[in-house]
Structures are given as C-alpha cells and as structure tokens.
Ligand binder design. Structure first.
Ligand code: 5AD
Length: 343
C-alpha cells in the first residue's frame, strides 16, 4: 500500500498499526501527510493559535533524567526557587498581557508542598477567567486530587519514550510503570491531560516513535508535546546527536491525523533547533505556542537543553511579537482559554 492510502485509512478509521506509522515515517514523500494534518487541524481546531504563558518557577529537581540539563547530578548549575508571591505576581503580569493560560512548570521540587501549590492555584484563579496547567512531575494521587479541587485545569506529564526499557534506563530514579500510573490518575481526576515524547533519544527506533504516537492515542490525551532531543553538555548524553526536526514534524503530523483533536504545541526545542521549523509545525498540525514569562535571571538557569536564543524583552513585547508573527503566517490569535476539544 502506498503511504497516501495508509494516510487516508488512518484519517478515516482513527486507527493505525505500528507498521502503518513506520511506513509513513520512512517515506520520503511527506507533502501529502503534512497537507492532510493541516486540513485536520483546521477542521477540529480552527485557525486560532493558543498562546500559553509558562512560569518555570524552580530548577531544583530530585530526578536523574539522563538527557536533562537540570537533573540533580548537575552540580555546576545555580539553583533557584521563586517564592509563592513572586509566582503569583508573574501570573498576574501574564494575565494582564493577554494570556488566558498559565503553565506552572518546575523540576520535581518537593519544597513546593501540596499546600504551597494549592495556595498558588487559588491565588491565580482569583485573577479571572484563567486556566492553570501544572507541569511539576510525579506526585501522589492525593496531591493531584487536591490541586484539581483547588482549580487546576490541566496537567502536563510527558511519557518521554514508550520503550519501557529505554525509559527505565534514562530515568534511574523512577519507572515507566509509575509514569503511566500518574497519567491514568490525571485522566481519572478529569484533568485536561497532556503527554508527549522526544525524537532522537539514543536507543530510539522508528518503531519506538510509532509506539509513542499509539500511546498518546491509548491515553486519550488532550494535549501532546513532541520535540527533538537536544544534547546538553552537562549530561551523560552530551555527545549524542540532536534529534531530527523533519522526523519531529512527521510525528506531529501523524499524531494530528490519528488523534485529531488534541492541542499540539510547536515545542520550544523545535524552535531552538531551527526557527523555520516552528513555522513549519503550524502547517503540519500544531495549534499552540508557549512563551516564558518568568524574570530573565531565572530563565537563564532553567536550562533543560542549551538555548542560545535568549534576548531580553518585556512580557508585553514578547506577546506582541508572537501575535504579529501569527498574523503574518495567516492564522488568528485565540482570545479564548483554549480548553480541551471535546469528542
Ligand atoms: N532535549 C529536548 N527536550 C528535553 N526535555 C528535557 N530535556 C531535554 C533535552 N535535552 C523535555 C522533556 C521534558 C520537557 C520539560 O523538556 O520532554 O518533559
């Protein structure tokens, strides 16, 4: 079967086999895939692009992720924690600049207890009609439950790789099974749930990527972030090559045609590897972009992977810049919260 027929079948049935996906990933002809992904994005999500403000509030982390620059073994990194009122202050600035979603992200830092996170959620919720996405890693069921009661709307927890062996070797502090357990809890608690994975992890094959996409489908995610692996010089994976951005775009497009409705961001790592691919992602299925809003003194220290593109601007300037860019590429800036799209 040629790949066009496979693509049509996936679109029609919303089903795919590992073999189907691998064939599409291998194929050199990707224009039909990208065209169809763009059509489906338009049909299910419209032309609006959702802007999310992200506050990276702590780079302390108890984890040992082999690919990540803020892993706890990195002793050269200066660590920071934003205090609760500072986090709320920056959420307020973002809200004033027009953001309707605040993503609270950090390393796995248990200094922020259940109560502290609850306080932040409740204070941010007082600002107005604003969605809160948590991206703070693996916690207990009761923590997740309390934060949902407090008003958190969404949770991001990437599965990173669907290959259990590979996952466990890249994350010596935890297990794949625990990750999946957490994701299932989040769904059960009715969070709008996001997962995702990296392209180009050492040891990953096209089969793994196919399984990654199928896992997103199985988890029935509301959001998914797919980005290339970028080697960080202070990690064990420093000498491995950067993930392929074309392959990243293809994985994004296949996710769009198979799952249809999830919000798919153009990931920052894609932007870092190649600014042009940020734009390409918007033509191959993406409908979301995130902007950092915490003070620059912290941004420089939240170095998951090297990011050379840091130029200091105000939150308003950055928002304007991205709004203009969205208009230039012929899309609309969403004025809504951009909640999960129902089936
Ligand atoms: N390259 C690309 N993405 C990375 N992440 C962490 N480290 C890297 C890296 N070296 C991604 C992971 C994580 C998210 C916060 O950033 O997918 O979930």
């Amino acid at each position: 079967m040629d790949t066009r027929k496979i693509i049509d079948k996936i679109i029609e049935k919303s089903e795919a086999s590992i073999e189907d996906i691998v064939k599409i990933l291998i194929s050199q002809q990707d224009s039909y895939l990208f065209e169809q992904a763009d059509k489906i994005r338009k049909k299910y999500c419209g032309d609006e692009i959702h802007l999310r403000a992200i506050i990276e509030f702590s780079n302390y982390c108890r984890c040992d992720c082999l690919y990540c620059g803020i892993n706890r073994q990195n002793l050269h990194l200066k660590r920071y924690r934003m205090n609760l009122d500072e986090i709320i202050e920056y959420a307020k600035k973002a809200y004033k600049a027009g953001y309707k979603t605040i993503v609270l992200q950090s390393g796995e830092d248990t200094w922020y207890t259940r109560e502290k996170i609850s306080y932040i959620i409740k204070e941010i919720k007082k600002l107005g009609n604003i969605a809160i996405t948590l991206s703070i890693g693996e916690r207990d069921f009761d923590d997740y439950k309390q934060w949902k009661i407090d008003g958190a709307d969404r949770f991001l927890l990437k599965h990173e790789t669907s290959d259990e062996k590979l996952y466990n070797s890249l994350h010596p502090h935890s297990t794949f099974k625990n990750r999946i357990k957490c994701l299932k809890w989040l769904k059960k608690l009715k969070y709008q749930t996001g997962s995702g994975f990296m392209i180009g992890l050492p040891g990953q094959t096209l089969n793994t990527i196919a399984k990654d996409i199928l896992l997103l489908k199985e988890l029935d995610v509301d959001m998914a972030g797919i980005g290339p692996f970028i080697p960080h010089p202070a990690t064990k994976l420093k000498s491995y090559p950067i993930g392929d951005s074309k392959l990243t775009l293809k994985a994004l497009a296949i996710t769009r045609i198979l799952l249809k409705r999830p919000h798919l961001p153009t990931t920052t790592s894609l932007e870092v590897t190649n600014v042009k691919d940020r734009e390409n992602a918007f033509y191959t299925g993406a409908n979301v972009i995130m902007r950092k809003v915490e003070p620059y003194k912290y941004r420089k220290l939240y170095e998951i992977y090297p990011n050379p593109n840091i130029k200091e601007k105000t939150i308003e300037e950055e928002r304007k810049e991205i709004e203009n860019y969205i208009k230039i590429i012929g899309r609309k800036v969403s004025t809504q919260r951009g909640d999960a799209i129902d089936k």
